[in-house]
Design a protein around this ligand. Structure first.
Ligand SMILES: *[C@@H]1O[C@H](CO)[C@@H](O)[C@H](O)[C@H]1NC(C)=O
Ligand SMILES: [Zn+2]
Length: 184
């Protein structure tokens, strides 16, 4: 019991020290197993921001449902090995594990092997994501640097900067274009 308490306390302390937000794991949101994985060579040099262009969500339960639906769509209709993004961000302020830190994503053609793909859950053409979601994404980026997954001299891009798409929506694009290290 004492050991367990200590382990829990120590991992919480590590997470704080790394600036990492708490991440809802694949098993927590009910992920299917990937059909295959290709490892991502880290640290990568880019972060690519997306929106999912679907429904917004503001609780762990509703965001988990969204994430499951996206995984089914990516694996079923798209025929991909797994959900495309490395991580997804809910307006509940939680980060949901997609392919995670060490697996190459399928989110931005030509950029998957050199970036982390982060997707905000919802359609942000008109409205911006909640402050909690914006904070979670920025905290995840800091965490990525601290754990060695992202170069500290990284470049931040929106999906539309690397491919022919309106993603991540005009409103969200306006937000991220004011964040540190953004470059169109
Ligand atoms: C996202 O919202 C915009 C503006 O309301 C709308 O035009 C667009 O069709 C929506 N995207 C999707 C995929 O529903
Ligand atoms: Zn996108």
């Amino acid at each position: 019991m004492l050991l367990l308490t200590w382990v829990v306390w120590f991992s919480a302390l590590c997470a704080v020290a790394l600036g990492c937000p708490s991440i809802v794991s694949r098993s927590q949101w009910g992920a299917r197993s990937p059909k295959s994985r290709t490892s991502l060579k880290t640290p990568v040099s880019y972060v690519v921001i997306h929106h999912t262009a679907g429904n917004r969500c503001t609780s762990q339960e509703s965001c988990s449902q969204q994430v499951k639906g996206i995984q089914n769509y990516h694996m079923g209709s798209r025929g991909w090995s797994d959900i495309g993004y490395n991580f997804l961000i809910g307006e509940d302020g939680r980060v949901y594990e997609g392919r995670g830190w060490n697996t190459r994503g399928a989110h931005a053609s030509g950029w998957n092997d050199k970036s982390l793909g982060l997707a905000f859950l919802g359609n942000f053409s008109n409205g911006v994501p909640s402050a909690a979601a914006r904070f979670a994404a920025q905290s995840l980026i800091r965490c990525a640097i601290n754990r060695g997954s992202l170069s500290s001299s990284y470049t931040l891009k929106g999906h539309r900067n690397v491919g022919p798409t309106s993603c991540p929506g005009n409103a969200l694009y306006g937000v991220i274009s004011r964040w540190a290290r953004f470059q169109a």
